[in-house]
Design a binder for this molecule. Sequence first.
Ligand code: MG
Length: 382
Amino acid sequence: MNEPIEADGRQVHRIEKLSVHIVEIPATAVHSHGTGDVSRIRSVILKLETDLGCTGWGEASPWPVFTGTAEANAAALHIHLRPHIIGQDPRRITRIMGIADKVVVGCLEAKAALETALFDIVGKLSGLSVSDLLGGKCRERIPLSFSVANPNFDEDLRDIERLHGDGIRIFKIKTGFASHAFDLKRLEQLRDIYGDGIGLRIDYNQGLPAFDAIRRLRDLEAFEPDFIEQPVKRHEWSALADITRRIDTPIMADESVFSVRDAVAAAKIRLADIFALKIMKSGGMRQAMDIASVAGTAGIEVYGGCMFETGLAHVAGAHLLASVPELRLGCEFYMANYYLTEDILTKPFPVEDGQVRVPDGPGLGVDVDIEVLSRYRGELLE
Ligand code: MG
């Protein structure tokens, strides 16, 4: 496996350098959730360089109340994974990710960053896009959803009007952080203004008390949401399965399903009708594809979720979603264009007429703006 020259005479690239950038970028507004408020993102940007001059980028975007912290993921890459990555042939993605799983438990966002950077390099070396490497695009465009989570709903209404003008027709209302009446009022107002010209979704981020969930969820059904996401706490599986059985609106599991193992167990009891795919939960695109396979086999829908992230992680997610066989509910990669004060990509994350356009590659098909990256960087570990 370690010969320096391939049979066709090409030299084999080896990972020579690993840099970990911790960035903090302010958001344009506060977004509230069942698990608390967010007003800035704190992400870990990984840069891998080979001895023959090829560069790959990846992002770990942790949310402390959901997956983990930037500090833990930066340390996982900088201290614990570095010795196992330097010197590796970047094409051995499955092998390298297997080693990563053995040497660090958890830190799935760091593993997503590592896998993304490896795919970026292999794509650049082969001239193929990351979605090509995952099996090829099943779609060029993915409908984009914006999350309505501003505690000041008047500000949200202005944003929604602007986004509607940009062609966005899907809005996800974050509920369960204030009163039930506030949730109902916002849904009613949006249906009054836009009628059935927009798709509405609801996400509690675990914010609903399980003992009184059914009655409150029934109130929401009058507004015909496409789905209701993660009403109860992550580990309240019995309550979530019960809600899925008793509520007509499709129920989505997000915080409750991270891994392929979770997906298998959840499919067995039909924990939910939909799983939210996120590379930061699964530890990368390949594992998310496996979750999509489990879901598809069990008649469960998948959805393109994301964390608080820059356009770099959005692009990895877009390549993943392009390659998933069935995808009817779109994605929520709105942060880069509609939430951050500035993104780190050299060109805007591609959104046209309310749809994400999947980049063509090679690799991820985007570049990081080094000047912007250094401007928002708090720490550089290399
Ligand atoms: Mg969610």
